[in-house]
Design a binder for this molecule. Structure first.
Ligand SMILES: Nc1ncnc2c1ncn2[C@@H]1O[C@H](COP(=O)(O)OP(=O)(O)OP(=O)(O)O)[C@@H](O)[C@H]1O
Ligand SMILES: [Mg+2]
Length: 324
């Protein structure tokens, strides 16, 4: 099966409001696929439809070949889910949380011990399996949720904002686990994020805003669509015209510097330094970021200050829960 997820003209309305607005995409088996978008973009709504928790208003979605609207049981057994909001029972131990999940998913009793060992080992929680979840750190809880999502051997693992509110080290540890899963178990990962740097870890990213997919490609592909690297040079005032003439580029004056785009910045630097021997006093190659891509596709930046405020709120909530 080439495409483990196939989405066609998918729409979800809440009353008059369209949260998901005719989206189309496919995800290949073994891919790490990401939805990148700001608050309210429609990321969770899409995940809920694909995981059968919400019905689509119109359009179609197939998961592992099963229709999410008409074959929800089949779909449910093909997926694992890590929700945006914490969903562990912190009065139980890590192991008890897994046993409870295994019961809901009819994991065969004779297979359970082996699988629990396996998934706990994978997220490096074997030594804490008998501890109450309320004594876990935020990152450990997230890792346990990922282990739980894997217990019934899903084909696709959904991760809705898996690292929100976690510190940078824990975030990168979780990413390491996700990549290992893909490499060792061959699982497909569908995740959402509003962290630009995190989206870089995906094989392909769909940029979603106001319920619509605004762009879909590899992180590199999305940046290439912007027309390559940004070159920033400083030097004499005639450079502006001379650079434009020499390389047929549009040169913008920003402060004391001149900015223009070229296809491959690193290769371009020695050339321009040779061509303009002695006239350039400073030069910099800047790679376009996913921020630049998002800005270009949607006309605005993902507002980081809102995001971090919400992250702090979530973190406080987690700490509060942990202390209870
Ligand atoms: N049950 C619901 N009833 C009414 N509106 C809803 C419902 N669920 C979601 N929405 C609206 O749909 C839009 C998309 O919400 P969704 O949760 O999918 O966003 P998101 O991209 O996951 O955002 P975030 O980054 O904040 O998690 C929002 O405007 C939200 O208010
Ligand atoms: Mg969400």
């Amino acid at each position: 099966m080439p495409h483990v997820i196939e989405v066609k003209d998918l729409v979800r309305r809440f009353g008059d409001f369209t949260a998901v607005d005719r989206i189309n995409f496919t995800v290949e088996t073994g891919e790490i696929f990401g939805f990148l978008g700001p608050n309210g973009a429609g990321k969770t709504t899409t995940i809920k439809i694909l995981s059968t928790l919400l019905k689509p208003t119109s359009g179609q979605a197939l998961l592992a070949g099963y229709n999410v609207a008409t074959q929800p049981d089949r779909v449910r057994h093909s997926i694992g889910m890590v929700f945006q909001d914490p969903s562990l029972d912190d009065r139980l131990t890590g192991e008890e949380n897994l046993r409870f999940h295994a019961m809901l998913y009819n994991v065969p009793g004779d297979k359970l011990e082996e699988r629990m060992d396996q998934v706990l080992e994978m997220v490096q929680l074997s030594d804490r399996r008998k501890s109450l979840v309320r004594t876990y750190s935020g990152g450990m809880k997230r890792r346990l949720e990922i282990a739980r999502g894997l217990l019934h051997y899903p084909k696709v693992l959904f991760l809705d904002e898996p690292t929100v509110g976690l510190d940078p080290q824990t975030r990168s540890a979780i990413w390491e686990h996700v990549r290992r899963l893909r490499n060792e178990v061959g699982i497909t990962v569908f995740m959402t994020t509003h962290y630009m740097d995190e989206a870089e870890n995906c094989d392909r990213i769909a940029i979603i805003d106001h319920g619509r997919i605004q762009g879909l490609d590899t992180p590199e592909g999305l940046k290439e669509q912007l027309g390559g690297d940004k070159i920033v040079v400083e030097g004499d005032p005639a450079l502006k015209r001379d650079l434009a003439d020499a390389y047929h580029v549009r040169v913008q004056e920003v402060g004391d510097a001149y900015h223009f785009q070229v296809a491959q910045g690193a290769h371009f630097v020695p050339r321009v330094m040779g061509d303009f021997d002695g006239r350039i006093t400073a030069i910099q190659v800047k790679q376009p970021s996913l921020d630049d891509v998002f800005l270009n596709l949607t006309g605005r930046a993902i507002r980081e200050e809102d995001v971090s405020e919400r992250d702090i709120m979530r973190q406080n909530m987690r700490m509060h829960r942990a202390r209870r």
